[in-house]
Unconditional design. Structure first.
Lengths: 187, 189
């Protein structure tokens, strides 16, 4: 940590965004040539729209949407959860990351809907975001506004937790043991 | 189970015919492959020409459980998969056997996580456990031969009542080869 060098914020997209959105908070970071923009959740959708449609950015491909739980992270972070959008421009052969941080407002061990864990869906910009956003919802309980079909995708409907949250035990809370048993007389 | 019912309980003919039935039954055990992970590749290798499952009359992989005798569970099973596995088991007609192939199907293997079933025998009856990660084709063949031996020796399990799974655990059939000693030095000399 002590030897971390200063991030090199010379990705051209940073300057374009700064010029296009003078009024909103934009933060940037960089690691080994990969630049990440950090936006506030309420600004996400308009920034993403710009990144997709502006001819200088032209990020026409969303390769992934992932969630992160920073509970117990050794360095201080802006929020507990993050959603990371992995953007790619085929024409300019360029990758760019956009990140939003979210802080839960209720205890995170259940599956109740948390009004603080909401971000705008980008399905209207990149239809391929549908399943990746469902995965983030399933694993972290982060919900996406205006998502066409926000259901769990990997675990099953009645699953009582969001399993990739760091406060969920690795071996679960008995989900893998409770199921009906059939014997040889069943047919 | 139809033919046995027609046979009278005693008599010379019964034993001979029983032997014939056992022979024909063990010579055409149609497998239902339930290959969910890497063990499935080894199951395919077992069926391919080198190991040739056809020698045992098993080359016909039955992708319909209703026409299968042996369910081979090859790979890890998530709890979300359990309804499917149980449904397949229930659709199989008697006599049926279940082989749990590999560490994952038998115990969960290294996947000690919230979603992976820690041994399918918690939820369905398992007759033969084949160890390995993955088991070599020889080991799977050994497991299949255990079922064949069982059919030869004991015929069918009795009808009615709760049948207990056979619970046969296969022992490795090979000696572990010693590490070859070759004159290699790692690092600077
Ligand atoms: S036992 Fe090993 S080879 Fe078989 S499914 Fe598990 S990890 Fe794969």
């Amino acid at each position: 940590m002590a030897t971390a060098s200063k991030p090199n914020l010379d990705h051209p997209t940073f300057a374009i965004l700064k010029e296009a959105f003078p009024a909103i908070t934009l933060r940037g970071t960089e690691y080994r040539g990969q630049s990440t923009l950090i936006v506030e959740p309420q600004d996400l959708h308009k920034v993403m729209t710009f990144l997709k449609n502006d001819p200088r950015c032209d990020y026409n491909f969303l390769s992934d949407v992932v969630g992160i739980d920073y509970l117990g992270y050794p360095a201080p972070t802006i929020g507990r959860f993050a959603v990371v959008y992995n953007l790619c421009s085929y024409e300019r052969d360029d990758r760019f990351f956009v990140k939003v941080f979210l802080d839960p407002s209720i205890p995170t061990d259940g599956i109740e809907e948390d009004p603080a864990l909401y971000v705008d869906s980008v399905c209207d910009l990149w239809p391929g975001a549908e399943w990746t956003e469902r995965e983030v919802f399933d694993m972290y309980g982060i919900r996406f506004r205006n998502h066409p079909d926000l259901r769990r995708i990997l675990t099953w409907k009645e699953f009582p937790a969001h399993p990739l949250r760091k406060d969920y035990p690795l071996r679960g809370r008995g989900e893998r043991e409770t199921y009906r048993v059939i014997d040889r007389t069943d047919a | 189970m139809g033919i046995e019912a027609a046979i009278p309980a005693q008599g010379f003919l019964t034993t001979s015919l029983q032997k014939l039935i056992n022979w024909s039954r063990r010579s055409a055990l149609w497998p239902m492959p339930f290959a969910t992970a890497c063990c499935g590749i080894e199951l395919m290798a077992t069926a391919s020409s080198r190991y040739d499952l056809a020698r045992f009359g098993m080359e016909r992989m039955s992708f319909s459980p209703r026409q299968a005798d042996v369910l081979i569970v090859a790979g890890r099973v998530g709890i979300k998969m359990m309804p499917v596995l149980q449904r397949i088991y229930q659709q199989m007609t008697e006599p049926r056997w279940v082989i749990s192939m590999g560490a994952c199907a038998s115990t969960g293997g290294v996947f000690d996580t919230y979603a992976t079933v820690q041994g399918i025998d918690q939820f369905i009856p398992v007759d033969v456990y084949v160890p390995g990660c993955p088991p070599r084709p020889e080991m799977l063949l050994e497991g299949i031969r255990a079922i064949r031996r069982h059919i030869d020796q004991e015929g069918l399990p009795p009808t009615g009542g709760k049948r207990v799974p056979l619970s046969i655990a296969i022992e490795p059939t090979h000696e572990v080869a010693p590490q070859p000693t070759i004159g290699v030095t790692v690092g600077a000399t």
